[in-house]
Design a protein. Structure first.
Length: 724
């Protein structure tokens, strides 16, 4: 950090190849003069000249240039795009102009972990508003910021929005974000960064299956390993807006904030609200962007440190058929192949024999489990496995004791309930009674049974989410209540782990990940679909927090059939699980599955602590991704054939992330299969491996062992010494 002097006050924060220069001149909120590549050591004069260099020629009007755009952009300062603060006091005080005060407008501290933290406070004495802007630069280069808005007036203030905006330079001419749907999440989409507003809004009450995930702006054609990229993500699990805006005067910003319904947030006199954190990263290539997010998540004290247990889930094996004998047989077969956790999915409670009833009645079914869950849990523990349980605490079935007793706890707007979806509605946890009901039933389960893990599902949008009896908007209060509920359960049962599942990948964000240690990337376990879903998910979330399961030979969502080596080879890269009726497996399949699980365990530490890399291959019929050890001493890669290449073969594959100064031995790993022998159709290096410098492997690569489409290979690279 460096300060400038005189009238201008400048902050220069540096970390892991990133520089952030903040200008607090003229009592304004922080203006970002540079966010991007490290500028090196800059003296006081350098910083002052940098500010001068960032200013453009004055135009005919003050709006023709945007020299003083703060992180909360203000119309009063000439910003004609989306403002940072929107709201009013009965139609007044809708255009605030904040000013800092005192000789020391910013508090700058260094946290124990090396994080540089800046807090800036400002007020608008006319609008009777105050803000506190928090800015942090993490040692891994991740930037995050949030704002607290306080109503200092005597009349209530209706908040419309509080958004953070970060500038990006003119060379960021291309946008990348993500779309998707159920069973097809994290679909990338690119477009030019044209003049105007590109806004992605969530109005479904949860992060979304079609969530923006990351919004990236970058140099033309940026990829995984090249091109400067600027990216933002909002750590929030409710309604939200993430946007890119380019104005006629040349300004470009990436912004984010909660999306509030009219009247949803009213601040009484002296009351405050704090926005979710906006996370941002600059790097060269998407892999480095991902690395900044992964480093942040892995640095948190709650990040799991023990090996992620291989999980066996019964859903696609038995669905609602909860027969003790069938389930204990599944447990035994799972233990045989190396599973370490068993999760009992939907169907264990109330009258839940199908998906039409009993959500909200979180009591073990006496019909299906007359002796409670103890017999199953005891069998699971005897097999050396942990026990986990599926729940959907925010949902309610109309055919349930809860709905019949407390219909007023169901979201309702305009005197009507929202459209029924998947035979269920949403329980408004903004009602203290509803909150206490769910909390107490879940605590009763956790107190009685030895449950190590909750799979927390969320299968319905929060449409028409009105808080009864008045029907006021309730998504924000509900989201905060969900966070509070998770926090209470975790505090009451230290060691409990929670997975975020929301119709698959519908709640994947850094807000819920403050409380959960796993996200379910998608309800689709088809390995071909999972290639894209997992690649996109892991741009934000490290592999150890992403559930990746080995499914049956025929996908339950797409009907495609795949060999076990492709299914297991695709699931290898995350928090490994199995979701397959193992009673239908042959002895050969069980043996091969056990080999893959054992292979995962041998390499689990590398897979769950290393740097995720992706290859920018010349032909998108072939995908390359992998994990490289932090010290670059070893790496694992998957080379996947998604379809037939136009040429006879896919050509050479270059291996990203290796140390150019080290020599590596590369081998083709074949869990559950016989080693290759030399002959027709076999590339020579794949028989016994090959040793080459990291620079050669990154620049010239190796030819791919021929394979059919929708198959994959695992390559291992181990350092064997310096370049010879």
């Amino acid at each position: 950090m460096q300060w400038g002097g005189g009238v201008t006050q400048l902050l220069h924060l540096r970390s892991a190849g990133t520089s952030l220069v903040l200008d607090l001149a003229d009592d304004l909120l922080p203006v970002v003069r540079h966010w991007g590549a490290d500028l090196g050591e800059l003296g006081e004069q350098d910083l002052q000249e940098l500010v001068v260099a960032s200013r453009v020629a004055p135009g005919d009007t003050p709006f023709d240039s945007a020299d003083q755009v703060s992180m909360l952009p203000e119309h009063a300062r000439g910003w004609l795009g989306r403002p940072g603060v929107e709201g009013s006091r009965s139609g007044r005080d809708w255009s605030p102009a904040f000013r800092t005060s005192g000789d020391d407008p910013a508090t700058v501290t260094t946290e124990r972990d090396g994080t540089r933290r800046v807090v800036v406070r400002a007020t608008d004495a006319t609008a009777y508003l105050a803000v506190e802007v928090e800015i942090e630069l993490h040692p891994g280069g991740l930037l995050r910021t949030r704002t607290t808005l306080t109503n200092s007036g005597e009349e209530p203030y209706d908040v419309g929005a509080v958004r953070t905006a970060l500038p990006v330079p003119e060379r960021a001419t291309e946008l990348l974000d993500f779309a998707g749907r159920h069973t097809m999440e994290r679909v990338p989409q690119r477009q030019p960064f044209d003049i105007g507003l590109h806004s992605r809004e969530v109005r479904t009450g949860r992060t979304g299956l079609d969530a923006v995930h990351l919004l990236c702006a970058g140099e033309p054609g940026f990829g995984f390993g090249h091109g400067q990229v600027w990216a933002v993500h909002l750590g929030w699990s409710g309604n939200q807006t993430t946007y890119a805006e380019r104005l006629f005067n040349g300004s470009r910003v990436l912004g984010s904030g909660e999306r509030l319904e009219h009247g949803e947030l009213r601040l009484a006199a002296g009351e405050s609200m704090t926005t979710p954190w906006t996370y941002a990263a600059h790097a060269t290539g998407l892999d480095e962007v991902a690395g900044r997010f992964h480093a942040w998540l892995r640095s948190r004290p709650q990040h799991p440190t023990r090996p992620r247990p291989v999980t066996l889930n019964n859903w696609e094996a038995t669905y609602f058929d909860h027969d003790l004998g069938r389930l204990t047989d599944l447990v035994d077969r799972g233990a045989r192949v190396g599973a370490e956790r068993f999760v009992l999915d939907d169907g264990w409670f109330g009258g839940r024999r199908d998906d039409t009833t009993s959500l909200g009645d979180w009591v073990v079914s006496e019909d299906v489990w007359p002796d409670g869950l103890e017999p199953l849990i005891e069998h699971v523990h005897a097999a050396g496995m942990e026990f986990g349980l599926w729940v959907e605490p925010e949902m309610v079935s109309l055919d349930s004791d809860l709905a019949r007793t407390h219909p007023e706890w169901i979201f309702s707007a305009g005197g009507r309930r929202g459209l029924e979806s998947r035979q269920q509605h949403v329980l408004d946890l903004g009602h203290e009674g509803a909150y206490a009901h769910v909390r107490d039933q879940l605590l009763a389960l956790l107190d009685r049974y030895d449950i190590a893990y909750l799979k927390w599902d969320h299968n319905r949008y929060l449409n028409d989410a009105g808080h009864t009896p008045g029907g006021e908007p309730g998504v924000r209060a509900h989201t905060l209540a969900v966070y509070r509920l998770m926090d209470e359960l975790l505090a009451a049962h230290p060691g409990l782990e929670i997975e975020s599942c929301s119709a698959g990948g519908g709640r994947v964000d850094l807000g819920v990940l403050e409380r959960t240690v796993r996200v379910w990337a998608s309800d689709c376990i088809d390995p071909l679909e999972r290639q894209q879903i997992q690649r996109g998910t892991m741009l934000l979330v490290p592999p150890e927090l992403v559930g990746t399961h080995i499914a049956s030979g025929e996908s339950h969502t797409t009907g495609r059939r795949h060999d076990l080596d492709f299914r297991a080879g695709t699931a290898l890269w995350g928090h490994l699980g199995i979701e397959w009726d193992l009673a239908t497996c042959s002895e050969e399949e069980l043996a091969e599955l056990g080999d893959w699980v054992a292979f995962h365990k041998v390499h689990r530490e590398l897979l769950h602590t290393g740097r995720v890399v992706n290859g920018d291959h010349h032909d998108d019929a072939t995908w390359v991704h992998g994990t490289v050890a932090q010290d670059r001493s070893e790496a694992l890669y998957q080379v996947a054939s998604l379809r037939r290449p136009v040429t006879t073969g896919p050509g050479r594959v270059r291996l990203p992330g290796l140390d150019p100064a080290l020599r590596y031995r590369v081998t083709l790993e074949r869990p559950g299969a016989e080693p290759l022998t030399a002959g027709r159709g076999v590339v020579p290096w794949a028989v016994d491996g090959i040793a080459l410098p990291g620079r050669v492997l990154a620049e010239t690569g190796l030819p791919v062992q021929p394979m059919n489409p929708e198959h994959g290979q695992v390559w291992r690279a181990v350092a064997v010494g310096p370049r010879g």
